[in-house]
Design a protein around this ligand. Sequence first.
Ligand SMILES: Cc1cc2nc3c(=O)[nH]c(=O)nc-3n(C[C@H](O)[C@H](O)[C@H](O)COP(=O)(O)OP(=O)(O)OC[C@H]3O[C@@H](n4cnc5c(N)ncnc54)[C@H](O)[C@@H]3O)c2cc1C
Length: 353
Amino acid sequence: MAGKGLKVFGHLLRDVVKPDLCTFCGACVTVCPVRVIDVKNDRPVLTGRCILCQLCYNQCPKTEPSVDELEKVFFGLEGSGESPIGPYKAVYTAEATDEKIRSRAASGGVVTALLKFLLEEGMVDCATVAVADVETGWKPRPEVVFTGDDVLKAAGSKYTYCPMLLALGSAYFEYARDRVAFVGTPCQVTAVRKMQLADMGYRKLGLAAKYVIGLFCMENFDYSLITEFLPSKGVDLKSVSKFDISGGAFKVYGSDGKELLLVKVKELEKYSRKGCMVCPDLTAELADISVGNIGSSKGMSTVIVRTSKGEELFNKAVEKGILRAEKISDKGLKLLLRIAERKRKRGLKMKSV
Ligand SMILES: Cc1cc2nc3c(=O)[nH]c(=O)nc-3n(C[C@H](O)[C@H](O)[C@H](O)COP(=O)(O)OP(=O)(O)OC[C@H]3O[C@@H](n4cnc5c(N)ncnc54)[C@H](O)[C@@H]3O)c2cc1C
């Protein structure tokens, strides 16, 4: 993993931003020591004099080292992980026992329950979450939260990108906290592990993420999905309460819980981010615990426990009655493996185009 020559913002622009591979995770913006990287149209831009520190290039999840290479270091593997869902200890189907969490959550409320548990047990100082609501037109914003109530407000999936690394930066630089529970999509999880493990990683910031919870993600979408597509389908944004992608369909629910729209995810192709098409990682392979819905029945979460730290947290949450869990069914696991393999192949194919 040795550096191969100077790689500064200009190279990031050439290798990632211009080919439209940026997933807007916010890592480059967060680590710039002279604050000259800003965001315009959801892409990083240089607004002042670059000091050639190379930090931006080296935390980006789209530059070397790859997820595979990081996995070898992180999990101490000899070869690359054979499984399309990456290394793991166990896979469960689970749900939060708290009905209030389940009613607001994307699937079984496992992510919200774990974050709340970590905060309430004093195992972290704060958590990073994506918040979106009717008032802000459902544009997700990264936030640092300190209470279970605020974690609950962020429950549910927002299927447009949210630069979660800005929240990690905020927790560390602004709130001076270094025990953070980080939640993010696979690319965002990769950025955190890069900070922790890569030669040019921004070690202190990465290590502030004490628990890393990954979300399964087939792809993320441009905000125009909300501002263009939904109105074009007659959806009044003010009446939306929840979004869901499961079983190959994108569903929008109203405040009374009724379904306002159901379309095939294929219909959303125009809005998906190109950077997601070259990503081989469905399940956030570098997380401590990854959570999604593929492989579980409606209203339940599929949970991949990967590290000892993740295992300890998950077991504790089950023991304390925060989560209900059972081993995933063979059928559920097979489905998950099949879809993960599909994403891996798509990522590798698109990369070579
Ligand atoms: C863009 C995206 C694509 C996804 N694609 C898939 C998929 O293809 N297959 C699948 O099985 N699961 C997918 N998921 C995960 C799934 O939607 C649920 O997040 C997961 O099942 C966890 O459910 P939960 O009830 O435990 O989470 P909850 O308890 O509802 O908590 C969800 C957490 O996710 C965070 N979050 C929400 N939106 C974002 C965002 N845009 N960026 C970063 N963090 C966010 C919130 O802060 C919240 O803490 C996707 C999620 C996202 C955000």
